[in-house]
Design a protein around this ligand. Structure first.
Ligand code: GLC
Length: 431
């Protein structure tokens, strides 16, 4: 019996990996397949910081002391929040999962946690948006909800203020793990747990109490709990390294796999399922002065370039303090959805393509069907390498018209007449 057979026998529901001699649970095979098939999700960064409208790091960047920042609690009353509306914007965009911040670095819980009073249900608003989003997702069958959780916490006394509070690091770990347990227990079946803020593990920066951790985050225990309570949920940790045991997906922040324009992603790309998270403008949390919204075309190109490399695309919006996704963002998202309506089969359920990507062409694949995405026309012809001999026909996906296809010594050459082109991305199906 090989080690993998052994592992699949002892872990009935979940798959597993080995760490030394210890078996570490992973997500179930079904959960992983679901995650890879859906390809497109909505990230939501929403918290108290939306009031200040200067992105989610404002507490740190403006060095706002805890008692000052806490005053935002009495101002928070997002009366325009409507979970069904947010979920329907995601659905219209063709997104199949939503990852919402349960607690960001500022330490404010956006749900009704029993483990802290510093939470949204203690504002004038008084409601639990994660409950309402979970219910809105449960009312339809095409979208799942998952949660972002910050490992670091600029507010918690056992994280930043152990000396003053007399609390211990273990108190913080109990809180962190306890919150994850709540999220994995109280909101039905979830898509994922998405961790962020791991960097103090590497850099114990004693000069900066915002970042100072006190020890390990006890990941083995944490991940094991998640995989036990939610066997189909994937675990991702945004530490910018290849996945560690118990993590199911490798994440890339603000860059496609293999690129490093943002400076976060100098790591290798592993064989694991991948996910690219990206802002729709330049910031995660609502920023009133950020008008650099990506176009529908740019968003589709990121989505399909990611898919061509085997990655999901988790696209972020930062709602306002009133609880609204900006109309310009809803409009861009719906534009992506419109393109997906006729071209979705070239994205959903696909895996990384076999054709070498170029500046203007990428590909995805589903079994023996290859989808060529013509993103730009540097020339009328596209030359494609690695096309299997079995491929004998080519057609434009959104019109159904067949396309001339010629085998040359440089590869297969296709030529889509101008009238057949989609201004965003013309998909040619080779089968
Ligand atoms: C970074 C930022 C954080 C954001 C995250 C999303 O780690 O610190 O604010 O939530 O990226 O990927």
């Amino acid at each position: 019996m090989n080690p993998n057979q052994y592992l699949s026998i002892i872990c009935k529901q979940a798959t597993a990996s080995l760490k030394g001699n210890t078996v570490v649970k992973q997500v179930s095979t079904e959960g992983l397949k679901w995650f890879q098939d859906v390809r497109f999700g909505m990230f939501i960064h929403w918290g108290l910081y939306a009031i200040l409208a200067k992105q989610e790091w404002v507490m740190h960047t403006d060095r706002i002391p805890v008692p000052e920042y806490e005053k935002l609690v009495s101002q928070f009353n997002p009366t325009k929040f409507n979970a069904d509306e947010w979920v329907s914007i995601a659905a219209d965009a063709g997104q199949k999962y939503i990852v919402h911040t349960s607690r960001h670095h500022d330490g404010f819980s956006m749900y009704d946690t029993a483990l802290s009073d510093y939470k949204i249900t203690n504002t004038a608003f008084g409601r639990d948006p994660l409950r309402e989003l979970a219910d809105a997702c449960a009312r339809r069958s095409d979208i799942k909800l998952g949660f972002y959780s910050s490992l670091l916490d600029w507010h918690h006394p056992a994280y930043r203020f152990r000396e003053e509070s007399g609390l211990a690091w273990s108190d913080y770990i109990e809180f962190l793990h306890g919150q994850v347990r709540e999220l994995c227990t109280n909101y039905g079946e979830i898509a994922c747990m998405w961790f962020d803020g791991d960097w103090p593990r590497h850099k114990m920066d004693e000069s900066n109490a915002y970042f100072m951790a006190g020890g390990s985050f006890e990941y083995d225990k944490l991940y094991d709990m998640i995989h036990t309570l939610q066997p189909d949920a994937v675990v991702l940790n945004n530490h910018h390294e290849e996945p560690h045991p118990g993590e199911d997906v490798q994440g890339f922040e603000q860059d496609l796999p293999g690129m490093n324009t943002a400076g976060f992603n100098d790591t290798t790309v592993s064989d694991s399922p991948l996910e690219v998270c990206m802002t729709i403008n330049d910031h995660w949390g609502y920023s009133a002065n950020d008008h650099n919204h990506k176009s529908v075309k740019a968003l589709v190109h990121y989505l399909v370039r990611g898919a061509s490399a085997g990655a999901n695309y988790l696209l972020n919006v930062g709602p306002t303090a009133e609880g609204e996704i900006l109309p310009v963002h809803a409009e861009r998202l719906r534009g992506v959805g419109q393109w997906l309506e006729t071209n979705g089969e070239s994205v959903y359920g696909t895996r990384a393509g076999v054709v070498s990507p170029t500046a203007s062409t990428v590909s995805t694949r589903n079994g023996d069907t290859h989808y060529i995405h013509l993103l730009d026309y540097v020339s009328d012809n596209a030359t494609l390498d690695n096309i299997p001999d079995s491929v004998s026909s080519a057609r434009v996906l959104h019109t159904g018209e067949s396309v001339r296809m010629e085998r040359t010594d440089k590869g297969v050459v296709i030529n889509v007449p101008e009238a057949q082109r989609d201004p965003i991305d013309t998909v040619v199906v080779l089968s």
